[in-house]
Design a protein around this ligand. Structure first.
Ligand SMILES: [Zn+2]
Length: 226
């Protein structure tokens, strides 16, 4: 067995940078490729379901504090932002609808800001808009209902549509532009449900009122495997 002395070890280490600088020994000089775009989808297994999150668009919004920090001073907001390596004056929004394959149905939760990026993300993940069996809307803000209509047509032509009854009742009488453009034309396709209703096998609507008057969450409950 060769014994390496401390002096030999130091000599070897010192020689390494010299070798790297010698002609004929390649230094990495590959082209810069620029920052990558976020992936369009991400898929994972949840019990017997397959879940695909879809990037239905991203947008930079100004005045981050008016959205996320109304309960603190400007100085504190700036300090916390700096400590977390994020800008204090801007916020980057990512709209991420979710597709669940229950094994018997493709169920889409929310639709992002507009149909095009969502359709592109679906396609990247291996699906067409015509394959979606059911569209479930958590609440009727523009970044959730924006992908429902493509021009004058339903984006998800073969899908039944579901949302909360309390949510629909609120927006239906609110004279809201988004509702009139995206939900009203699809009224005949929609069924409006109450908390506790099942939207697909194993998925139950849960009351989550607050963000909007009829906001609904959807809970997946594992069934015992045999
Ligand atoms: Zn919202």
């Amino acid at each position: 067995m060769t014994k390496i002395t401390r002096r030999q070890a130091l000599t070897t280490a010192a020689a390494a940078p010299l070798a790297a600088a010698m002609p004929g020994i390649s230094m990495a000089s590959a082209e810069m490729k620029g920052a990558s775009m976020p992936p369009k989808f991400f898929r994972f297994q949840l019990g017997s379901f397959e879940v695909t999150t879809l990037l239905g668009g991203t947008q930079t919004r100004d005045n981050a504090q008016s959205i996320f920090g109304t309960n603190v001073t400007e100085d504190e907001f700036a300090e916390v932002s700096r400590a977390n390596f994020i800008p204090a004056d801007k916020a980057q929004f990512f709209f991420t609808p979710m597709l669940v394959n229950t094994g018997s149905e493709l169920v889409l939760f929310d639709t992002g800001l507009s149909p095009e990026p969502l359709a592109a993300a679906l396609e990247a993940a291996g699906y067409g808009t015509d394959m979606v069996d059911k569209v479930v809307i958590t609440h009727m803000h523009g970044d959730h209902i924006g992908g429902l209509m493509s021009g004058d047509d339903a984006t998800f032509a073969n899908a039944g549509h579901v949302s909360g009854a309390a949510e629909n009742n609120y927006w239906a009488s609110a004279e809201n532009e988004g509702y009139e453009a995206k939900i009203r034309p699809l009224a005949e396709r929609f069924s409006f449900i109450d908390p506790g209703a099942s939207v697909a096998s194993g998925i139950t609507a849960v009351e989550a009122y607050g963000h909007t008057p009829g906001h609904m969450g959807y809970m997946w409950k594992a069934t015992a495997s045999r």
